[in-house]
Design a protein around this ligand. Structure first.
Ligand SMILES: NC(=O)c1ccc[n+]([C@@H]2O[C@H](COP(=O)([O-])OP(=O)(O)OC[C@H]3O[C@@H](n4cnc5c(N)ncnc54)[C@H](O)[C@@H]3O)[C@@H](O)[C@H]2O)c1
Length: 441
């Protein structure tokens, strides 16, 4: 099949590449010429395990191409995926300007039937807006060309995106006509040879499903984070509580880890956008107000512990940070807790030496050169002369470090662990002062 991806970011590039891998002809469009130039010259604009090999292989096979030429991209694909960003608007609702622009471009240039598929995370009713924008453009051209609009929200996780796309738990498809359903069924057939994974529904339900999934996951995290704060007050251990409740199959173990807050390009904005939709519809989701509030508070939990230990006048102090990305296996820093922590430390006069296996360039892009931020290329180098270590992202490489070497490098053996990586008894035996989240120490 001939497929166009409109938007070549995390979702567009992964989707396009995986669809090419199973034999489709794919053209990825982006309005950012630097991104397209980089891809054309063999580079990969994002860090995503396994993606570079897959892109190279499919480009070499002639199945995957990149362009900034909007007209060519619209002509190319029988299926046009819209995978552009939907960042939060000032009031928290999803900003649909990029989705609408993509839809208008399709209406402006299409000459035959197109199936337009919203893959971006978009509020309920967006398919109607996409349809209206295309119709308006066709109208102003004075032509009447058949097209359909469908919703196919994406559930891939950054850091495991290829695996998620190639072996999805489910593929949600919202359509209002059989032709569109059949086309998408054919497109996704290679990804469900083992068993049926397609969940078909109406468009509005599909649009809501994506928000409901992210809001549910964010709710689990915030619930556990608040419970961790309570556990500390009560002298209980959140890790034991997690195991105790996770063993119940109605609850399960996933997404029950207490930590220093969720971030990333999805949960914060999707929770906000769903709240906004709910308020506007007169059916407020009160639980989500608490989810958001708890998360904002949680991003400062390590800093609160640090202030209790070192006081608030931190001028002259230096802190080591392990982990900058909002989660492991990505370089994505959007809404990352590390940013809240670094900014709080800087505001109190401290400086930061930080290490992350993937997000150093991104950190430098965001903060530039500044005297109170030093980026180093190994975790151990970050510790030299630091008053304490803050662990912010649970990269595997941080799980079993050389504690003796760490002790000799740090000014004092103090660890604030925002991801509960270590067993409190063991690390205390190693001679560290240890401040985890919700654990008994
Ligand atoms: N990142 C994730 O893990 C993830 C997972 C599931 C769903 N989503 C959703 O998918 C959507 C895309 O997310 P992302 O992380 O890939 O975003 P991104 O910011 O990485 O990529 C979006 C791309 O779209 C391009 N673009 C904007 N307007 C365009 C236009 N008119 N024509 C062509 N290209 C255009 C931008 O230049 C950018 O490269 C969002 O709605 C997001 O919520 C993201």
């Amino acid at each position: 099949m001939k497929i166009t991806l409109i938007g070549t970011g995390y979702v567009g590039l992964v989707t396009g590449t995986c669809l090419a891998e199973v034999g489709n002809d794919v053209l990825c469009l982006d309005v950012d010429p630097r991104k397209i130039d980089l891809l054309k010259s063999g580079g990969i604009p994002i860090f995503e395990p396994g993606l570079d090999d897959l892109v190279r292989r499919n480009v070499a096979a002639g199945r995957l191409q990149f362009t900034t030429d909007i007209e060519a991209a619209v002509h190319f694909g029988d299926i046009q995926f819209i995978a552009v960003g939907t960042p939060p608007d000032e009031d928290g609702s999803a900003d649909l300007q990029y989705v609408t622009a993509a839809a208008r471009n399709i209406g402006r240039h299409m000459t035959g039937y197109k199936l337009v598929v919203d893959k971006s995370t978009v509020p309920v009713g967006t398919a109607d807006r996409v349809r209206a924008a295309i119709r308006e453009e066709l109208g102003s051209r004075g032509v009447d060309i058949d097209f359909s609009v469908a919703s196919n929200p994406e559930f891939l996780k950054e850091g495991a995106a290829i695996e998620d796309f190639m072996k999805p738990d489910r593929i949600v498809i919202g359509t209002d006509n059989e032709q569109a359903t059949q086309l998408l069924r054919r497109l996704y057939a290679p990804f469900q040879r083992n068993h049926e994974r397609l969940v078909t529904m109406d468009i509005r339900s599909a649009e809501l499903t994506k928000y409901a999934a992210n809001a549910m996951l964010a709710t689990r995290i915030s619930f556990m984070n608040e419970l961790a704060v309570l556990a500390e007050k009560l002298g209980a251990d959140i890790e034991l509580v997690r195991q105790g409740i996770g063993s119940d199959p109605r609850i399960g173990y996933h997404f029950l880890y207490a930590g220093c807050g969720y971030g990333g390009s999805c949960f914060p904005k999707d929770v906000q956008a769903l709240r906004r939709t709910a308020e506007e519809s007169g059916a407020p989701l009160r639980v989500l107000n608490a989810v958001e509030e708890a998360n904002e508070a949680q991003k400062s939990v390590l800093i609160t512990k640090l202030k209790a230990r070192f006081g608030e006048a931190l001028a002259g102090r230096r802190f080591a940070l392990w982990g900058l990305a909002f989660k492991p296996n990505t370089d994505d820093m959007r809404e990352a807790p590390s940013r809240v922590m670094m900014e709080a430390l800087w505001a109190m006069g401290a400086s930061v030496t930080a290490y992350d296996p993937a997000a150093m360039e991104e950190t430098h892009r965001i903060y530039g050169d500044r005297p109170d931020l030093t980026l180093v290329d190994t975790p151990m180098k970050a510790l030299a002369d630091a008053d304490a270590l803050l662990i912010v992202t649970e990269w595997k490489a941080f799980r079993s470090p050389d504690f003796a070497a760490m002790k000799s490098l740090l000014k004092a053996p103090v660890i604030f662990d925002g991801r509960n990586l270590y067993d409190p008894a063991t690390i205390q035996r190693e001679g560290f002062e240890y401040y985890p989240i919700g654990r008994r120490v």
